[in-house]
Write a protein that binds this ligand. Sequence first.
Ligand SMILES: Cc1cc2nc3c(=O)[nH]c(=O)nc-3n(C[C@H](O)[C@H](O)[C@H](O)COP(=O)(O)OP(=O)(O)OC[C@H]3O[C@@H](n4cnc5c(N)ncnc54)[C@H](O)[C@@H]3O)c2cc1C
Length: 408
Amino acid sequence: MEFGFTEEQEKLRKELHDFYATELPEDVSGVPALSRELQDFWMDLQRKAGKKGYLAPGWPKEWGGLGLGHIEVGIANEVEGYWGIAWPDGIGLHIVGPGLHLFGTEEQKKRFLPEISSGEKIWYECFTEPEAGTDEANQQTRAVKKGDKWVINGQKIYITGGYKPDWLYVEARTADTIPKHRGLTLFCVKADTPGVTVTALPCMGGYRANIFYFDNVEVGDDAIVGQINQGFYHVMATFEFERSNTGIAARAKRELQELIDFCRNTKRNGKPLIKDPMVRRALAKMAIDIEVLRLAAWRTAWRFGERKRLGPLDFDLTGFFSRLNAYTHPNLKMDILGAYGQLPMGSKYAKLDGAIERGWQVTRSYHYAGTMEAIKIVLAGRVLGLPRIPAKLHTTIMQALQEKEKQA
Ligand SMILES: Cc1cc2nc3c(=O)[nH]c(=O)nc-3n(C[C@H](O)[C@H](O)[C@H](O)COP(=O)(O)OP(=O)(O)OC[C@H]3O[C@@H](n4cnc5c(N)ncnc54)[C@H](O)[C@@H]3O)c2cc1C
């Protein structure tokens, strides 16, 4: 494995850093788009980056990308992570776009990919339902063919996004099959189609999720992505793109560096925090964890580049480490800051602009694209070859839990 980067690759890194250093004011970098003003700012920046091909550097030039390889895409992700960028259309870029590349018709590619890579549109991913989260195959939202239309009815929950979406990427049941995951299909639904309504679902940490309702929403055959009843497999294939991000480690590294600087410059009981052995131990642990995540992410990017056959070890291992860090690091950071750690962004006495408190809140619900337990099950079964819990025992456990819940 080659751990270094070529001259060309370093040139790309510099070009991207220069672009964001010019376009992104220091006090906006990494700040979530919680206000209208910030949303407009991020939307503008998304369009500017799109014009340069930076949003989708790995896509072919004909679809608005730069036609770059996986290592270069890893570099672009690292730079975005460093600058704390969360594109308004992350779903279009990382879920819908790859899905259309793999399974879309030529018509769909022509229609949607340039709009996504130029940063003009916003997509939301509508998969999760009240009874279908980890058990994604249990989706009950239905699409029924009537004449030349598909009629969609149902409800989707925890759909991330504080912007106004243009398109919804909806998974719906099109057949009652056993197993359940063989009866799901993917649809592109215009967000303002009659029958689509939305309710805001404010979440911890200030970000917004949504509940979408579909009430006799009509779409044509041209809305279907890939094959009918193959939606679950198509989603699994595109989720793999969502999990190969090198940017998470880059962001974590920058935030840790800011905390280290803070510890160097802040005294407690007359001594710089950095001299405290407990603080040093916590900082060292986080640095090691982040390095492990960084290397795992680069291993995946490298294997992509080598056209190796990728599997759960590549995607779920980075997912596992990023979630593990997300759960454990905010606690360590809170401990370092002491009582100041609980002060939110905007508070007069908050340290590091309240980022530690907000990070703690956000990461309590950090399980988009699969919870830690779900990832552990995949790693245990598909990587370590451990047996699944027998169905009968699983049912017994679930019944016992439900019984306990009733009694409580
Ligand atoms: C920040 C965030 C953003 C999201 N964005 C989107 C989005 O844009 N679009 C979208 O469609 N969805 C989105 N989701 C939903 C997300 O995909 C689901 O929350 C996730 O799949 C888990 O489903 P659930 O919340 O229903 O939890 P459940 O599936 O009900 O799980 C509850 C708990 O039980 C555990 N559990 C479940 N099954 C098992 C099992 N078999 N063995 C052991 N433990 C188990 C889980 O790990 C979890 O701890 C988002 C969620 C979050 C938190």
